[in-house]
Design a protein around this ligand. Structure first.
Ligand code: DGJ
Length: 720
């Protein structure tokens, strides 16, 4: 930690020194000091400041904004470099700074240089003006005579005042992705790390919140949120020395990833997005949701998503022309808009009748589908539906024509036997290799060439990098694999997006393994989890919404009993849970009886016409958390001018004499009058508030009683 006391006289004599940089969004400020020849300092991140003197006069705590290893080696650093001559110390000082105005954002660049070497770091801060998000990243440039080695290259060092500060972070596994952990910060180091290489959201997730004034609350309190924009391995450290600050550090995980930078080359670190809010965790979430929707961090962020049926839990690998057409009939009768054929449609030499072969052989299995994919696109069109298809383009199986032709395309050291994944045969392709990149782009090209009307792709990824090594990378640069794989993936996605901007693409990775802002600029949505149990989905969706807008969440109604948990859950509850995102189905519509068919039709109609625009384009207010274990959960979505909202309440546990809450609303206009109407109502009496008018103030301060009945009761209420 480095500090210096400011000359009080000077501080009092002016409002903004030439080298003070106020990186401000509409409601927040990050204050930097960029004096030439000095270390870049940061002293403040919090509510918007207009008069910098207030900060200067209040305290004298200054922290290195981008700490490098080698001087004052006691505290954690962002950057560690082995210079061309072997020197492992770096000392960066400011050489200048600039500011440019972009559409909806102000960009600040602070130029720094090592005191001794022609080694340069430009630190970028992008302050968005349409939401309270600031992004930061660095461009590291080597102008030394020879190659240098980057041994650590994190992107964020954010000090916050020590206090009753709590961290909210997310950890899970297949089927229970993103479970929330909330804990107070104590002395020491809290490390959040993901080393999967590919499925970097399946266990530890790339986002964290810090609640600065005690236990995290949904809609109150000062909270900072931070998310890494990187699909590869990452490491976050929250350091609490026995002193005055906690420091949040985030970046690409440098472990096993020493990066060599040739003379004349630059390396761009992973961007980190941060948000500050005084409206609790919900305020940070809404800032991130707007940022993702408005500023290109979710592909087609403003567009509406279609209601679909996906074939996976309906037929698994038993795809057939007749079976697909039956499912299309079902979803079109229900009013759906899109049909997606999942895994099982491909492979000729090795047929994908079992999940241990054919990845990489993206040729239609004509035994299952004699007329190929074009016939299915047409069949969908004839029924008024769009058509989508599943691929897993970064993968292969040892039982595949692709592997037989290119055994050197897989991630594995050339001298080792690869350890296989799913089916005992799956392997990851080496996306650091440009030939593999071209091949992946060609998979999409071929599908689009054959089926120009293909509307949607489900892009799956079901294996981690578990065989470290690359046939493509040189012996010296084997340690680039994790980074170059993900740079390669980014380049592939950029190429695909440049050609097919309107294609809807879902990021799936054994469920929610790719819920990361590293890839969301290229994807329209993600598959939340392979766990489609509506009760567990309440928790899964709740946690994912901490950083991701619900329109990006593929939420599917599945069969009862559920295939993962065997729970029997009423259809209404399943629809009411799935309607808080991009509604879809993952089952056989033909299994519905007449009553279910009628209900599903009504729920889909309500979703498309009333719920969808508000849920997909409005602001989300989480209210009662399922994690509080009261047995209830509730949330509300409201449109921008607060004239319309939809409220969802759930009871997921029933016990005799269980406490009955009065449901309070949030996020409404206190001065407006809203009429309440229940949606997705099954037969039964009307609620006493049905059709009645209430002020926003009353609904938020006092609330209403909702009779949810027993276990799996739910209610969807329209406010207008
Ligand atoms: C894993 C995905 O998460 C599932 O939804 C499904 O697409 C299977 N892969 C298919 O193999």
């Amino acid at each position: 930690m480095k500090r210096f006391l400011l000359p009080v006289l000077l501080a009092a004599s002016c409002n903004l020194w030439a080298d003070d940089i106020m990186v401000s969004t509409p409601n927040s400020t990050l204050l930097l000091k960029a004096d030439n020849g000095q270390v870049l300092h940061q002293s403040y991140y919090g509510p918007k400041v207009n008069n910098v003197n207030e900060v200067y006069d209040a305290y004298s705590l200054w922290e290195d904004a981008y700490p490098a290893f080698g001087r004052g080696c006691l505290t954690p650093t962002c950057l560690s470099v082995k210079h061309a001559d072997g020197n492992m110390s770096t000392e960066l000082v400011v050489t200048g700074h600039e500011k440019t105005q972009e559409e909806n954002a102000t960009l600040y660049i602070i130029h720094m240089k090592d005191k001794l070497y022609p080694f340069f770091v430009d630190v970028y801060y992008k302050a968005w003006q349409n939401t309270d998000v600031i992004e930061t990243w660095q461009v590291i440039t080597n102008k030394e005579k020879k190659t240098i080695s980057l041994q650590q290259y994190a992107s964020l060092s954010l000090p916050v005042r020590r206090g009753n500060v709590w961290a909210t972070h997310f950890h899970g596994k297949w089927g229970s992705e993103g479970e929330i952990t909330e804990e107070p910060l104590n002395e020491g180091m809290l490390v959040i790390q993901n080393t999967s290489g590919t499925r970097t959201a399946l266990d530890d997730r790339g986002e964290v919140m810090l609640s600065l004034d005690g236990e995290p609350r949904e809609n109150e309190g000062q909270v900072i949120g931070a998310a890494i924009e990187w699909s590869g391995n990452y490491k976050f450290r929250i350091h609490t020395p026995n002193e005055t600050i906690h420091t949040l550090m985030m970046g690409i995980d440098e472990e096993h990833s020493e990066y060599h930078l040739q003379s004349g080359k630059s390396f761009t670190t992973a961007a980190v997005a941060i948000a500050f809010s005084q409206e609790g965790k919900g305020g940070v979430s809404r800032a991130f949701h707007r940022w993702a929707r408005r500023n290109g961090h979710l592909h087609n962020g403003e567009g509406l998503r279609k209601m679909l049926l996906n074939s996976w839990e309906g037929v698994y690998l038993n795809v057939s022309q007749k079976g697909m057409e039956e499912m299309m009939d079902g979803i079109s009768q229900l009013g759906g808009e899109l049909f997606v054929m999942d895994d099982g449609w491909f492979g000729t030499k090795y047929r994908r009748t079992i999940d241990n072969c054919a990845l990489g052989d993206w040729k239609t299995d004509t035994v299952k589908l004699p007329e190929g994919v074009p016939a299915l696109v047409k069949a969908a069109k004839d029924r008024g539906l769009k058509f989508g298809i599943w691929i897993e383009p970064e993968m292969t199986n040892t039982k595949s024509e692709l592997y037989e032709a290119h055994p050197d395309w897989v991630v594995c050291h050339p001298m080792r036997e690869p350890q296989t994944g799913r089916g005992g045969t799956q392997l990851v392709l080496d996306v650091s290799n440009p030939k593999v990149q071209d091949y992946i782009v060609s998979i999409v090209d071929n599908l689009m060439k054959e089926n120009p009307e293909l509307y949607y792709i489900k892009w799956d990824c079901n294996m981690d990098i578990s065989n470290f090594g690359s046939h493509y990378l040189t012996a010296d640069n084997q340690s680039h694999l994790y980074v170059d794989y993900n740079l390669g993936l980014r380049s592939v996605l950029e190429r695909i997006r440049a050609k097919y901007p309107d294609l809807v693409i879902q990021a799936c990775s054994s469920g929610g393994g790719r819920v990361t802002y590293g890839v969301m600029p290229y994807f329209d949505e993600f598959w939340v989890s392979d766990n489609t149990d509506a009760k567990q989905r309440l928790f899964l969706q709740w946690s994912a919404s901490h950083f991701y807008p619900v329109k990006a969440m593929a939420q599917h109604v599945s069969a009862s009993p559920n295939h993962q948990t065997h729970h029997r859950i009423p259809l209404k509850f399943r629809f009411d849970v799935a309607s808080t995102g991009r509604l879809g189905m993952e089952m056989q519509p033909k299994d519905f009886n007449e009553r279910e068919m009628k209900f599903a039709k009504m729920a889909i109609d309500n979703y498309k016409n009333i719920i969808r625009p508000i849920v997909q384009q409005g602001d989300q207010y989480r209210i009662i958390s399922p994690y509080d274990k009261s047995g209830y959960a509730s949330e509300l979505f409201v449109n921008e001018d607060k004239s319309e909202a939809v409220f969802f309440a759930y009871k997921y546990t029933h016990l005799v004499n269980i406490f009955k809450p009065r449901f309070k609303f949030a996020g409404l206009d206190p001065d407006r009058t809203y009429t309440l109407t229940e949606l997705n109502r099954e037969a039964g009496g009307r609620a006493h508030w049905e059709g009645k008018q209430f002020s926003g103030k009353f609904l938020m301060q006092t609330g209403i009683e909702i009779d949810l009945g027993g276990e799996y009761g739910s209610s969807v209420i329209r406010l207008k």
